[in-house]
Design a binder for this molecule. Sequence first.
Ligand SMILES: NC(=O)c1ccc[n+]([C@@H]2O[C@H](COP(=O)([O-])OP(=O)(O)OC[C@H]3O[C@@H](n4cnc5c(N)ncnc54)[C@H](OP(=O)(O)O)[C@@H]3O)[C@@H](O)[C@H]2O)c1
Length: 244
Amino acid sequence: MTRIDRVWPDPADDLDDEALLAETRMPDAPWLRMNFISSLDGAATRGGRSGGLGDDADRRLFDLLRRPADAVLLGAGTARTEGYTAMRLDDAAAAWREARGLASHPTLVIVSRRLDLDPASAMFTDAPVRPVICTVGSAPQERRERLAEVATIIDAGATEVDPRLLREELSSRRLRRVHSEGGPTLFGSFLEADAVDALHLTMAPRLEAGAARRIASSAEAVGAEMRLVSILRAGSELLLSYRR
Ligand SMILES: NC(=O)c1ccc[n+]([C@@H]2O[C@H](COP(=O)([O-])OP(=O)(O)OC[C@H]3O[C@@H](n4cnc5c(N)ncnc54)[C@H](OP(=O)(O)O)[C@@H]3O)[C@@H](O)[C@H]2O)c1
C-alpha cells in the first residue's frame, strides 16, 4: 500500500486506512466536498484526463474519500471523459459502510443539461443503487424518457442546474453527504452559487504547461477563500484538505 504521511497538523507516519478515513471524515450535516488533482502549474488533466496526473497514493485516497458518502456527484463531462462505470465499492468498503448503517454503495448523481448520456452504459446497467440524473426543465424530452428507465431524474433549474436546489433535492432524498469527483464546469457553477463546503486537492509533483484546463471554470471570477485543514504527503505529492 502506498505510504501516506500527515505533515500538518500533528505529524504522523504511514497512516492506515482507518486513520485516513478519520482524517477525511464528513460531518453529519448536509455537506458537499470536491475532490480534484492538479499539476503544480495548475493543469487539471494530462492527455485529456485527470488519471494521467495521479499515482497510487492519489488513487488510494480517491477511493477512501468515496467511502462515507451518501452520494458521489459528477458533471456529465467527467462521466463521459473519464470512462465511469457503475458506482460499486469493493467488498471491504461495502462492509465498512453497512457496519455504520449506510447503504452498501453511494448513489451516483450526474449533472447534465443536454442529457447526452448512454442508458446502456455500465454506469446505469450495472449500478448497485439506482443512479440519479440532475437536469433542467429544458432538457431534451426524448433523452429524458430513455434515461428515466435506468435512473431517477430530478429537475433543479430551468436552463442551468441550480447547485443549491440540487443540494436541497438530494438532502430530501437522504443524500446529505455529497462527495464530488468533478469536473471543472461543475465545480465552477458550485463556486458561483457558494455551494461548496470543502475541497480535497492533490498537488501532483509535475509541471505540465500546455493548454490543459484548471480545476474550476466559470464565466465570472469567484474568489472564494478557503481554510487549510490538513496536509498529507506521499513522497513529493501533497494531498491538501481545505474548507470554506
Ligand atoms: N483534475 C481533476 O481532478 C479532474 C476531475 C474531473 C474531471 N477532470 C477533467 O475535466 C474534463 C471535463 O471537464 P468538464 O468541465 O466538461 O467536466 P464536468 O464539469 O464534469 O462536465 C461539464 C458538463 O456537466 C454538466 N453541467 C455541469 N454543471 C452544470 C450545471 N450547473 N447545469 C447544468 N449542467 C451542468 C453539463 O453537461 P451536459 O454537457 O451533458 O449538458 C456540462 O457540459 C475532462 O478532461 C476530465 O478529465 C479533471
